[in-house]
Write a protein that binds this ligand. Structure first.
Ligand code: 4AD
Length: 466
């Protein structure tokens, strides 16, 4: 007899007649008139629950089995048998069922087995992992994360842990959460009346990181191929289905690489992880295709088979101006593209992912490499049909004089970037990288329309419970 995970029972790892013990939670229970109960037990190891067939002869049949409800925790021991029920090959003929935890007042259990709205489930972030949909999201999210690490490992990249507490604003957008141990009611002040952060924990002002990029560039300029994969934070007040205040980002950085090299890397990485999900999580993807987005599987397969289209920002502006469509936000060279523009390009004009490159320098961050035209920088965004931007990246400015010019033009103090400038002073190299928002990826893959439903505990304006 051995403890078994339900995935192994259902996939035929055990022989008919073997005795196993499974541990999990009741999904549903049905009592037959013939004095048998069918208890579906799940343990998170796969989408399906295993059916335990429980005979009335068990000593606790009347006292406990008949009282079981959804979410009770149980330990079931029995023999594997072929199932005559639909959809499953194997079931367990139970010889004992121990009830470990009861559900008090089942009528008010918030996760009763019926369809709940996503908004409702968000109010129960501690209980929603028990639902079919959040179980499936969790397994797909895990599969994607493992595939990302595998992809980079196979290509010789090193995973670098970059800090969460930082003194620099990588994106220069001023959307940072401050980290401080100062007493808010009794703030120390300088003579000029400003808050005196030299009295704070780190002897300076500090924030939660918006990106690990600047830190990972330092390791790139020594170990050649590196990446970060960690949480990042943005205090932008965007209440949309694509924005979180805390999200995970994957940021590779490659030495001796130009923009085109990392554009190809991004395309290869996306295809690799999509393939991994199709192969490894077929059960969950079938559920998403049935319940959430009928194209969930075909869309991913198309992405794996297609070539991403490369397009210049300047050409995209021309396409948008000449397409005959009226946009809420007027189109002219120099604008930051809005999601209505990105969606038109990816969904209606091309119908495939687009790698949009060479953006006007004035709408992009200071570290992006200036192109020969003096007007644009070697930046890229990858726009996916159905979700818009999922990747942002660039070739980095490796020339110290040009970097200093950009810092000055953007009103940034070069003394604040001393260590970053050193990388350009000591053996500088062309290098490039990108950032992939992990929740946008999971949301794209599953067809879940809102990033709040693909991260366990979403942080958005006004929401940090749990
Ligand atoms: O385009 P972004 O701001 O790029 C950077 O942070 C660069 N430092 C990356 C790099 O080159 N290493 O953000 C990158 C990606 C976006 O494409 C998007 O997928 C995601 O991060 N993202 C968000 N995801 C969820 N909520 C938010 N508030 C996000 N902001 C950006």
């Amino acid at each position: 007899m051995s403890d078994a995970v339900i995935h192994d029972v259902l996939s035929g790892r055990y022989a008919v007649g073997d005795t196993v013990t499974v541990k999990g939670w009741v999904r549903t229970k049905r009592d037959s008139k013939a004095g048998i109960s069918f208890v579906a037990v799940h343990d998170g190891s796969c989408f399906d629950a295993v059916q335990a067939v429980v005979p009335a002869e068990l000593p606790n049949y009347e006292s406990e089995i008949k009282r079981l409800t959804t979410a009770c925790s149980v330990v079931v021991t029995g023999t594997i048998a072929r199932s005559e029920g639909q959809g499953q090959q194997f079931e367990i003929q139970a010889s004992s069922v121990a009830v470990i935890g009861w559900v008090e007042n089942p009528d008010t259990y918030p996760m009763a087995p019926k369809r709940h709205s996503m908004e409702y489930l968000r109010e129960f972030a501690h209980l929603r992992p028990r639902t079919n949909i959040h179980g499936a999201v969790t397994r797909v999210r895990n599969c994607l994360a493992q595939a990302v690490h595998r992809f980079f490992h196979q290509r010789g990249f090193y995973w670098i842990s970059t800090p969460i507490i930082t003194g620099s604003d990588t994106e220069g957008a001023g959307e940072m959460f401050r980290v401080s141990t100062l007493d808010l009611e009794n703030l120390p002040r300088t003579e000029a009346g400003k808050v005196d952060y030299s009295k704070d924990f780190f002897d300076r002002e500090t924030f939660l990181t918006v990106s690990g990029q600047l830190n990972v560039e330092t390791y790139c300029c020594a170990l050649s191929k590196v990446y970060t994969f960690g949480p990042t934070f943005r205090a932008e007040n965007s209440n949309t289905s694509r924005h979180l205040a805390e999200f995970w980002m994957i940021e590779p950085e490659v030495a001796f690489a130009e923009l085109a090299d990392v554009a190809q890397l991004a395309e290869d990485m996306l295809k690799y992880v999509f393939k991994a999900v199709l192969e490894e999580r077929a059960d969950d993807m079938a559920f998403f295709a049935e319940r959430v987005d009928k194209d969930a599987i075909s869309r991913l397969q198309q992405m794996v088979d297609s070539s991403f289209v490369r397009m210049d920002y300047t050409d995209a502006i021309e396409i948008l101006q000449n397409c005959g469509k009226t946009f809420n936000y007027p189109v002219e060279w120099g604008i930051d593209l809005q999601s209505e523009h990105e969606r038109y390009l990816a969904e209606e004009h091309v119908g495939a992912p687009i790698i949009l490159q060479n953006y006007p320098k004035d709408i992009k961050a200071f570290y992006m490499r200036l192109n020969e035209d003096g007007k644009t920088v070697a930046a890229m965004d990858i726009l996916a049909p159905g979700i818009g931007e999922i990747i942002g990246g660039s070739q980095r400015e490796e020339r110290l004089d040009k970097l200093d010019e950009r810092l000055a033009a953007m009103g940034l103090n070069k003394d604040d970037y001393g260590w970053y400038r050193d990388l350009r002073r000591y053996g500088t190299v062309p290098h490039s990288g990108f950032g992939l928002g992990f929740e946008r990826l999971v949301s794209y893959v599953t067809g879940m329309g809102n990033v709040r439903d693909v991260i366990p505990f979403p942080r958005t304006p006004g929401n940090a419970d749990f």
